[in-house]
Design a protein around this ligand. Structure first.
Ligand code: ADP
Ligand code: MG
Length: 323
């Protein structure tokens, strides 16, 4: 069933869910041909964009529309956090099926609005079209003081490797969701991190302000897939100690470790710190644990310490849409 007479009516509904541009640096939001945004002097823009597709990234019958709204902005903003930056505004590109323009859209916009408020990131515009399946693309514009940005390429041999929060929690939530019948309640705590991830914006910003990191990225596909990317960019290797990983409590140790090594969707930060700065890094940042999980090495291989105490290659086992 179609709920709107035309595209303009649909865009009006979307716009109504969000505050109009508040005379801030988003000089012009929805309504003209394009948005106008004024960067802060001395800052550079950070641009990133992320797909979120029905059937690949979420399932209509399993994921609450509210979670789809929250997560599409949260995961795109995580890439801004991974540079040490702050999200400012975003573009929402939506392709909706006719049966998604009613109740589903309402739930989606509710979750999206909560994420936008919580990140203080305003909707600047987007594009809307029709399709058989729901396709969502979010582009986030962020900013960072010029020269402060933390890249993947700065890790040096001898640096220590850290991860924030708990690893494997979102994947565990996804597994529970897959086993469940029907949609999971947004209130189910075990699936919370899969449904409502929280990009680590404050931590990223603090690390760059303190000049503590040498390299940083977010863990979106899983440690075993993402760490090799950081190593390749830096021209270094890494050695992980699986016994040190910040695993999910309350499940068998072996599965918890596998989830922490290969599970995706956590949106935690992975960062390296020069060894003589280790004491400056607290074990907690606000409510977030910071765990030393290994170190950067000279060889270009990513390895981990095995049960016998010897190191062995860590094979990428995380999420890859082409695998
Ligand atoms: P055009 O035909 O030039 O692409 P549109 O009619 O698509 O213009 O867009 C009109 C206005 O509505 C623009 O400001 C655009 O950014 C905004 N807009 C369209 N779709 C969305 C959306 N899904 N979310 C937010 N803003 C949107
Ligand atoms: Mg358009």
């Amino acid at each position: 069933m179609k709920h709107f007479r035309d595209e303009d009516a649909l865009v009006k509904k979307i716009a109504r869910h969000f505050l109009p541009s508040r005379g801030g640096r988003l000089r012009l939001g929805i309504g003209d041909d394009a948005a106008l945004w004024k960067p802060k002097p001395g800052f550079v823009g950070i641009l990133t964009s992320d797909w979120f597709l029905e059937g690949s990234h979420f399932l209509r019958e399993k994921h609450p529309p509210d979670s789809v709204g929250w997560k599409c902005l949260a995961r795109a903003s995580s890439d801004i956090a991974a540079m040490g930056g702050t999200p400012c505004c975003f573009l929402l590109n939506l392709a909706l099926s006719d049966d998604a323009t009613g109740k589903w859209l309402g739930g989606f916009l509710g979750g999206l609005r909560r994420a936008a408020r919580s990140l203080d990131c305003v909707l600047a515009g987007g594009d809307t079209t029709r399709s058989k399946r729901i396709l969502i693309n979010v582009t986030v514009v962020g900013e960072i003081r010029e020269g402060q940005e933390l890249l993947r390429s700065g890790a040096r041999p001898g640096d220590l490797l850290f991860g924030s929060g708990t690893l494997g929690e979102a994947e565990h939530g996804l597994q529970l969701l897959q086993k469940s019948r029907g949609r999971m309640s947004p209130k189910n705590l075990a699936t919370r991190k899969h449904l409502y991830p929280e990009p680590r914006v404050e931590l990223g910003r603090w690390l760059v302000e303190q000049k503590l990191g040498t390299a940083m990225m977010d863990i979106s596909d899983g440690l075993s897939s993402d760490l090799p990317r950081m190593c390749a960019a830096s021209g270094v290797g890494a050695l992980i100690d699986p016994r040190k990983l910040p695993v999910l409590p309350g499940i068998p140790a072996d599965s918890a470790r596998q989830l922490a090594l290969h599970g995706g969707d956590d949106y935690e930060l992975l960062f390296s710190v020069a060894s003589d700065h280790e004491e400056r890094l607290p074990t907690m940042f606000r409510n977030l644990k910071l765990t030393r999980i290994g170190k950067i090495t000279k060889g270009r291989e990513v390895r981990m310490i095995g049960r016998d105490g010897r190191s062995k290659p860590l094979d990428a086992g995380g999420w890859d849409p082409f695998r």
